[in-house]
Structure formats: C-alpha cells, structure tokens
Design a protein around this ligand. Structure first.
Ligand code: NAD
Length: 487
C-alpha cells in the first residue's frame, strides 16, 4: 500500500465526495498494527463537519426514502459488487486491524452478504391492513424509516460491524452517518465511502466522519440524528444510553460479553478443545463473542486442558503476512497492558498458567490458565486478548449456574455428544445467542445477533429483526365517508 494518493488522504467522505475537513477538523494517522508503519493520513472530522453532514443527510434522506424500492436495492447491489472487486481491501483490513487473511476474507464475504440480504429487505411488505371497528375506515400499520441513523463502530471487525447496520438502514429508507473507531478510520469508514462513491450512490445518504469520542458524542447529542446504533464497550454504551435516554432518542447498543463455553462429561475432547481454542484465540480473542470462560466437567477436565494447551502452544504468532501465522498483534499498547494486568492479577490470586502468558511487543502468546479465583477480573470481565481461563465443575447443573453467574448476556456454547442433552443445557443459559457443538464466535446475515443485560440494549441485527430495528410503525387510517361527533 503506497503511503500517498489515497482518495482518503487528509479527507473525510461527505456529500458523496472526499473533502478536507472544515476548520476544527484534523488528521488521523493510519497504522499497520503489526509493523507500526504509517499507511497514510486520513481526515478527521470536526464538530462543524458533523453539523453540516447532519443537515445534508436530513435532506438527502427524504429523497432517498421516496425512491422506488428497486432503486435503493440496486445501489446496495452495486456497493456489494464494488466490494467484491475492490483491490486491496483484504490487505487494508489485515494491516489496519492486525489480522490474518482468513479474518479479512471473512469480513469481506460477510459484508457482501449483509449488502445482498439488505437489498432484498427493500422490497419487503411495508405493513399490514388492520381490522377496524369503524365503518368506512381503512386502517393500516405501515413501516416508515426512522430518519437519520448515527452509526458508531469499534475497531475489531470494522468493515462488517459497520455494514451490518449501514446496509439494512439504507435499504429501509434511512440515511446513515458513520463514525468509525480512530484505530480503523479507513477499513471501518473511508474505504466504505469509496465503495459508495464507486457505486454512484446519491450524495448525502451515507457519509463518513472519522474521529474520536467527541465526534461520537456530537452524533449522539445532535437533535436531528433520529437514532444511534452503537457497537462497542459496555462502559461507553452506558454513557450513550444515559445521553440518548435524556434526549428520548431511539438507541441500539451492541456491547461486550464474557461468554461461557461449557464442556459436558460426554464431549468429544478433540472437538471440544478445537472449539475452545477457536472461541478464545480467534483474532487474538478480540471479539465480543470470544469465550472468556471455559467451564469443563471434572471427568474430562484433564484431557481437555492438555488438548487445549497443546493447540495453543502450536499456534504461530507474528506478522499476519507471513505464511502459517495464526494470530497477529493486540491492537494497541493500552489493550496489551490491560490484558497483562488481568493475567497478572489472576496469577497473584492463585491462577496457574499452563501455556502462554508471554508476549513480544504486542504479539501475545495464546494462553491457557486454570484455578482463576471466581472474583478475579480475568473471570468476571471481558478479556479481549487470547487468554482461555478454564474452571472445573461437577455436573451440568453446576456448569449452568456458573455460566449464568454474570451480568453479561451475549453468547454461550455447549459441547456434548448427546445432542439432545446438550441442547437442554443450552436452553437453560441466560444469553441472547447459544450454540450447541460449535464455537462462540458466530454471525450470519439472517440470524438475530445481539445481547441482553450488560451485552446490549435495543433490538437485534440481522434478518427480519432489521425491519423492527430501522423502521418505526405508523398507524394510518383513511375514512372515505362523512364522520359524526357530538359537537
Ligand atoms: P469503545 O467503546 O472504546 O469504542 C467504540 C466506538 O465508540 C469508537 O468508535 C469510539 O471512538 C466511540 N466512542 C468512544 N467514546 C465515546 C463516547 N463517549 N460517545 C460516543 N462514542 C464514543 O470500543 P472499542 O475498544 O472500539 O471496541 C471493543 C469493544 O466493542 C469491546 O467491548 C467489544 O465487546 C465491543 N464489541 C461489541 C460487539 C457486539 O456486537 N456486541 C461487536 C464488536 C465489539
């Protein structure tokens, strides 16, 4: 990737074009997370840019919503085609997020899937004809767009976490202002703007405002942003909920998790350990749906730990561009320090590291740890690093009780050979998503993705849930004959 001549160099994406930010804006250096090389300098929006983008989006949204559905769908299909043929998007994701090729390919394929599914949402029925007790009245419940949707995204899966909101919101007649994470202003934002530019999307329906928390705050506070869709940490989500609540603004929050993986006494150990390794180590454990707690039946614990530790020890950690690399770097030094701190505190409290626990620069070895005190933050908090804490329990009831002992409610997995029994255990888990005999990181465009408790507030992303998420219900009656009232 050359350092110069990007369309996004010193620019933000507003009104269908790449332009320098207004006074008050600035720049953001774009880094390769493995080598620290500077890949370029993106524009960073200022408050004036947010206000101008809101004003033009509000106008653009009305015209966009009034277009025939087929035209909105066609724009989304052209964006999907632009993404499929985009040169260098894979490399960009690999560099900007520090991920291996497989994760970048997954993001691209998944984002194309989100766009294709969203295109079909545009032609779905927009409401129902209702029964009415009033003679001569025609009564319908119709779906109307929410209006302008502010989308705030994290750095870990910047392309797909943006697209799974942008695509359905646009399909249903909304306009979108996207604020990507400052760690990933390009793959999470400006490169998506390029796709819309290439697809000839109408100006103003989708704009990208890279920047930090002050830009996110302005989006949340702006009275003409009708809805905020936030994906990120529980701490920031709580602040957004407070502000949006006081403004009575529609909000959808996709937050963190501390997800349990239960291994039952009849589990196939090789399968269970493979599922466990993928659940905790995939993309350095930096996903909201990583397993942060392995809960294993005592009868199989020793074999499970041995197998999991062997798998962890065999993973190559290093530059994702090198063949055979399984894990890249932790995203930044603050996250690395936090992960080390969680591990150190757990070890000081009696935990034992079976493998890993070391790092070279930001390259952190996949780690398996046992005997973690149940009150240690490594057990109670989201980890966001390739660390698999394992607890040993006696029987399924204890496993369920321990798995449910958290305020988070994102995802869990249950592994067992008796599928009926494993399914019954899965149904007792208090979370929004649960998988039997597969890893915790799962996402599909048609499935309802989301969390309960500290993992989320609002609706679900995916499939028909998007109809609820990105439209409001309007009750409309039409009366064709004179009405009579007492006065
Ligand atoms: P973060 O909460 O620090 O930041 C997320 C986004 O919010 C960024 O764009 C950031 O600039 C912005 N932001 C920060 N403070 C803000 C404020 N006060 N007002 C408005 N915007 C603000 O999260 P992160 O470190 O980028 O991402 C990791 C977190 O995201 C993890 O906790 C992870 O679990 C969560 N996550 C959740 C899901 C999900 O679908 N549930 C998916 C991926 C990541």
């Amino acid at each position: 990737m050359a350092e110069h001549n990007h369309s996004w160099s010193n620019a933000i994406f507003v009104d269908g074009q790449f332009r320098p930010p207004a006074a008050g804006g600035g720049t953001l250096a774009v880094h390769d997370k493995s080598s620290d090389e500077v890949l370029g300098v993106a524009g960073s929006a200022g408050i004036a840019d947010v206000d101008a983008a809101v004003a033009s989006s509000v106008i653009a949204q009305r015209a966009w919503a009034a277009l025939p559905h087929s035209q909105r769908a066609a724009v989304l299909r052209r964006v999907a085609a632009a993404l499929e043929h985009a040169d260098g998007f894979r490399e960009l994701i690999m560099r900007e997020t520090g991920s291996i090729a497989g994760k970048a390919d997954y993001e691209i394929a998944s984002a194309v899937g989100e766009l294709t599914e969203a295109a079909s949402l545009a032609s779905r029925p927009v409401g129902e004809v209702l029964q009415t007790g009033h003679e001569g009245r025609f009564s319908v419940s119709e779906r109307v767009p929410v209006g302008l949707v502010g989308v705030i995204t994290p750095w870990n899966f910047p392309l797909v976490l943006g697209m799974r909101v942008i695509a359905p919101a646009l399909a249903l007649g909304n306009a979108v202002l996207l604020k990507p994470s400052p760690e990933t202003p390009v793959s999470g934002g400006l490169a998506i703007g390029e796709l819309f530019e290439r697809a000839g999307a109408p100006a103003g329906i989708f704009q990208v405002l890279p920047g930090g928390e002050e830009i996110g705050r302005r989006l949340v506070e702006h009275p003409d942003v009708a809805m905020i869709h936030f994906t990120g940490s529980t701490t920031v989500g709580r602040e957004i909920a407070r502000t949006a609540g006081s403004l009575l603004k529609k909000t959808s929050l996709e937050l963190g998790g501390n997800n349990a993986l239960i291994v039952l006494n009849d589990a196939d150990i090789d399968q269970a350990a493979m599922i466990g390794a993928w659940s905790s180590f995939h993309y350095q454990g930096q996903t909201c749906i990583s397993a942060g707690r392995h809960i294993v039946d005592r009868s199989v614990a020793e074999a499970y730990l041995r197998n999991l530790a062997d798998r962890a020890a065999a993973i190559t950690v290093g530059n994702p561009f090198r063949d055979g690399t399984g894990l890249g770097p932790i995203i930044n030094n603050a996250q690395l320090k936090r992960a080390k701190g969680l591990l150190d505190e757990a070890v000081a409290g009696g935990a034992r590291i079976l493998t890993g626990g070391t790092s070279e620069g930001r390259f952190f070895r996949p780690t398996v740890v046992v005997d973690v005190h149940p009150a240690a933050a490594l057990w109670t908090e989201e980890i966001f690093a390739p660390i698999a804490p394992v607890a040993v329990v006696d029987g399924a009831d204890q496993a369920v009780a321990l798995a449910n002992d958290t305020r988070y409610g994102l995802v869990s997995s249950v592994v067992g050979t008796d599928v009926h029994r494993a399914t019954e255990v899965a149904r007792r888990l208090d979370c929004a998503m649960v998988h039997v005999n597969d890893a915790t990181p799962q996402d599909e465009p048609l499935a309802p993705f989301g969390g309960t408790g500290h993992s989320g507030l609002g609706g679900r992303a995916g499939g028909d849930s998007n109809l609820e998420e990105f439209t409001e219900r309007r009750w409309r009656t039409v009366t064709g004959s004179p009405v009579h009232y007492p006065y």
